[in-house]
Structure formats: C-alpha cells, structure tokens
Write a protein that binds this ligand. Structure first.
Ligand SMILES: [Zn+2]
Length: 401
C-alpha cells in the first residue's frame, strides 16, 4: 500500500507527483543540512489539478500532500516518499495532519474574507510536518476579489508552504493564478479501473461494481455511492423513468415537480443534519444560553450564519438537480448510440428495455434535441431561472422531442 492507491487510472500524474515529492524531500533535507538548493527541482509551491468531476482531483492533491509529509525512514534509503504507513502519510490521508488543511466549500462561492484568513494561516511555518499544505478543492468557486487575495499568496509563498488548487478546467481559474501554478490534468479513469477499486477497496460484488462504474462513466465518487447506497440507486431509477413519463402534459409537470421535490429533500436532509448543531455551537461561542436571549451585539454573527446556511441549501439542491440532469443526458446518449448503431458502450445497461423503447419510438434528430433541452435546463439554472420553471420547460421539451 502507498499514498497513491486511491488515484485510479492516472499513471502519468502519479509519476509526476512522485518525482516532485522526491525532490521536495531532498529540498527539505538540503536546507536542514545547509546545502545549496538544486535548481532543477521538480518541486514547486503552487499546483493546479484539473480534470472532469470524479476523475480524482482532490484525491491526487491529498495523496501528494501525504507524500510531502512522509517521514518513513525508508525514503532516505532510496525508497520514495509516500509509504502510506508512517504517521505523516496516515494522518494526511485521514485528514488529521496539523499541516494539511483541506478547504472544501458547500457554498456557491468562496469570498474575500475567508480567503484572507486562509492566506494568513498559510504564511505560518509547518507546525510538525515538513511542509505547510493547503488543498483548495473548489478553486473555481473563488470570487474575483478572493482570487486576487490568493494571487498574492501564490506569487510570494512562504518557503515551506504549498498550495494545491483543484478545478474542473483551466478556464475555471483566474488567468493570473493559473499562470503561476504547475498544471496537472487528470483524465476520466477507465470503467474497468473504477470497477476494480470498488471490488478491491469497498468489497462490492463484481457485477454491481461493473454496473455502477459503467453507469457513472468513470466517476469514482458517484460509482461508489451507487454501488454502496440503496437510496442513490432508488434516486437514479426514478430519474431514468422520466423519459417514459413525458407522454402527456400532465406527466411532464408531475415528473418536473418530483425532480424538484427530490432535490429539495436532499437539501432539507443535509440542513437537518448540520444546521441545528452549527447554530447551537455559534450561540455557545457567542456566550448565549441554550434557549435564552442572545447577548447584545451578536445578531450580526447569527445573521451571517443564517445566510451561509441558506446559501448551502441552495447549493445542495442545485447539486442534486445537476446529478439528475447528468443521468438524463447519459440516458439519451445511450438512446442515440442505439439509434445510430454505434459501437459506443451503453452506460445504462440495467435499463436496456427503456432505452430500446425510446430508441424505437423516436429519431436520432429528436434524441439530439432532447439532449439539447437537458443542457438548456442546466444553462437556465446557471442564469438563476427558478429551478421548477427550468425543469418544467425541459420535461415539456422532452415530450415534444
Ligand atoms: Zn510515509
């Protein structure tokens, strides 16, 4: 076992990171021995990981962070850092290393204030480890103001600080920032590799693992959820029935309402899990008594938390809808493949009967228009069209074809 084990189907990225980790290790050793630095070092202070959702951007960043913190005595004897066993590796991977901070947001954007706080923390020397590592999972969500704050930190990093930014594509990151980062691209891992991980690491039975990997087209996180979570399977089954339910206007409106309700339920469930505790924690921190009146001057902080919780709810609902739209697109892509007699592998083999029915009762031109209407729905929501309206417009367009 090594720190790279969860990085599926990304051999080239893995090699580059392993080489950088080796050089980083040599760098720390050289500095502490008072030796001059190697100018050809593959180590650098700012990294940008891009790749499609599910390709393992943050997994790659985390593995790299662990390799940088590796303290295994073997690495001095020609072994590579990133043993996966030592305290540095282990605590980095499970998220308890004092010098590895992972920034994950459940909001739609990352603002100036939190970025400033982060940059301040990043200036510190490592507390116990060899490097101070900050992994930002959603660098594409930085506001422009926040991006400019971050830019200064990336331009002039503290000697032992490493930034690892993750985003879907280069275009999602401010040009000024990305030009200062070493860029690594992850690709969608092959279906076989994903199935293999589900079998090997999660103990999923082979048939279910293959179906989940195929249905999610190499998205590891979604494949894992589908293979291990009954609720996720029920959700997907409901979404893939939508194409059969849009035969009349009533069916269209009902299907749209159900898609929205499901997304709202997801948001509500998450809110119930975290909001109440978060609110109580803040009240306690501000000196309030449970159930009692809050001290003067704390209303602003409470309001700020309420706003944050509201934004998180919107984001969760949106993510849930996005997933449904992705599944619908996959369904029609399969329909098109059948209609064109393409040799493209069918993703949704488990609903082959529905695929055949829709493929036989429509033309490829209709299928293309249906795919376009799913894309149009996502674009409408990006423009802040009310989700129910956008989804209704989509189901109506699916009916017309
Ligand atoms: Zn190690």
């Amino acid at each position: 076992m090594t720190v790279w084990d969860d990085l599926v189907g990304q051999d080239r990225v893995r090699e580059q990171l392993a080489a950088a980790a080796r050089d980083a290790d040599a760098l720390v050793t050289a500095v502490s021995d008072g030796k001059p630095l190697d100018q050809g070092s593959k180590m650098t202070h700012a990294w940008l990981f891009t790749g499609p959702p599910g390709s393992g951007r943050s997994t790659a960043a985390r593995a790299f962070a662990a390799a940088l913190q590796c303290t295994s005595p073997d690495r001095a004897l020609g072994g590579a850092p990133g043993c996966g066993f030592c305290d540095g590796c282990h605590t980095s991977l499970v998220g308890t290393h004092a010098d590895v901070e992972v920034i994950r947001t459940d909001l739609l954007s990352i603002g100036v204030k939190e970025t400033r706080d982060l940059v301040r923390r990043a200036q510190l020397s490592p507390a116990v480890g060899r490097w101070q590592v900050i992994v930002m999972e959603d660098a594409d969500r930085l506001t422009e103001g926040a991006g400019n704050v971050l830019l200064k930190a990336v331009e002039e990093p503290a000697p032992r600080t490493v930034w690892m930014l993750c985003a879907p594509s280069l275009e999602d990151v401010l040009p000024t920032i990305r030009s200062r980062c070493r860029h690594l691209t992850l690709s969608t891992p092959p279906v076989e590799a994903v199935a293999d991980v589900l079998i090997r690491r999660d103990g999923v039975d082979p048939e279910r693992a293959h179906n989940a990997a195929r249905a999610t087209q190499g998205h590891i996180g979604r494949a894992r959820r589908l293979a291990t979570d009954e609720r996720a399977r029920a959700r997907r089954a409901a979404v893939l029935k939508v194409p059969l339910r849009v035969a009349d206007v009533g069916g269209c409106l009902k299907a749209a309402q159900e898609l929205i309700d499901t997304a709202t339920d997801d948001a509500k469930q998450l809110a119930e899990e975290v909001d109440a505790k978060e609110t109580e924690d803040l009240k306690a921190a501000l000196g309030g008594v449970a159930g009692g009146r809050m001290p003067r001057g704390t209303a602003g902080a409470m309001k700020e938390l309420e706003d944050k919780q509201k934004r998180r709810k919107t984001r969760t609902q949106r993510d849930s809808l996005d997933l449904a739209l992705t599944e619908l697109t996959g369904f029609y892509r399969d329909v098109l493949a059948l209609q064109l007699g393409s040799r493209l592998a069918i993703a949704n083999v488990d609903v082959r009967d529905s695929l055949d029915r829709i493929a036989e009762s429509s033309t490829p031109a209709q299928t293309l228009r249906r795919i376009e209407s799913v894309i149009a729905c996502r674009e409408a929501m990006d423009r802040n069209v009310a989700p129910l309206l956008a989804v209704e417009a989509m189901t109506m367009a699916l009916r017309a074809g």
